[in-house]
Write a protein that binds this ligand. Sequence first.
Ligand code: ARG
Length: 460
Amino acid sequence: KEAKLWGGRFEEGVTDIVEKFTESISFDKQLYKHDIMGSKAHASMLAQQGLISVSERDSILKGLDEIERSIQAGEFVWRTDREDVHMNIEATLTDMVGEPAKKLHTARSRNDQVLTDFRLWCRDAIDRIVASIINLQVSLVKLALNNEGLIIPGYTHLQRAQPVLLQHLLLAYVEQLDRDAGRLLDCKARLNFNPLGACALAGTGLPIDRFMTSNALGFTAPMRNSIDAVSDRDFVLEFLSANSIIAVHLSRIGEEWVLWASEEFGFITPSDSVSTGSSIMPQKKNPDPMELVRGKSARVIGDLVTLLTLCKGLPLAYNRDLQEDKEPTFDSVKTIIGMLEVSAEFAQNITFNDERIRKALPAGYLDATTLADYLVKKGIPFRTSHDIVGRAVALCVSKNCQLEDLSLEDMRKLSPVFDDEVYEFLGVENAIKKFSSYGSTGLACVADQLDYWVGKLEIK
Ligand code: ARG
């Protein structure tokens, strides 16, 4: 067995059980690209500050490039006895280039190194998630464009409420996703500060230049407080919180589409390419991808809760517990991207059953509120008109008919202000035409919303 990098004060190595329990290489090797990026910036800074020579810097940089290449080619040997990604790379660099590599860790600790890697990794992950969000938004807007004019029942309490344009509802998802992306970008701006140079916790007496590494790595500035820099994980908490909100949004879409695909709703038919069957019931065609979107939201929420729990009892500064921050983060990112991708795929592979939706529209008195507004326009106080329409609905229930089926005579018994014009407010198609407030489901209002998103998402 080779001696540990910290071997000087130790008389023997760790037992196999301890080595297996404490390693993180099995998962933190994902950080390799950012670890190398950070080491290159650090080496360049050390050379600029005269802490290493230019030729030492060059052999470090060359060695790191070679390591990156060999990792990408799948040739790099990851060793559990070298514990984590930082020591694997540093030790291999030393094997490769010898003495200069031993200077790389000057004025650096794994405590600031791991955070540099992790912040850079999260920054890239946020960009990947935002790209997936935009892709889903585009799919939803295209779905809206393909279903112009389709009216569906809008629900509250999962009871029929008022008619809405399908486009209106689809754009509601798009709005939510827009805020989701905004939260991630806010988080990115807050996490983009440089911990490198905080060293173990207290900084260093060596003449390093943290502003130089900040610039090289695209950070806004060095973190002001070295103790904060190595202790803090609130940037990941914020990141996983933002992911959890996305997960909850997607889970709600999942639930809605699963309902819509049911025989009971029958609003959509998912294509075979996004459906799965049953091993026993030959007739089954299930919307599994969206069920799993709903299901996997549990993991993303769980990842956040894991991290919150991990941090809650820790004194400043670094504690080894913090090594446990990575797996939930990797899992959250992988899961949320999968959820976004499959939701977009599903959106691109469903058709709305216009005929069936139209046939079912008369049920539920979706035009009742529009009728109440008609009475308001006639000068009746809203509370009174609410009551009059309520009685009209009760009459329809007893007659087993729709509001538009009531005779003017029937209606006049409820209020003398009813006139022929009332029929322009009744029936779902008519009711939809009456909406006109900003943000409403009115045809022109929804067209405006759609224009906005087509422009913003640059949909051709
Ligand atoms: N693998 C460690 C982690 O992820 C790196 C930091 C280790 N620092 C230490 N002092 N043991 O947290």
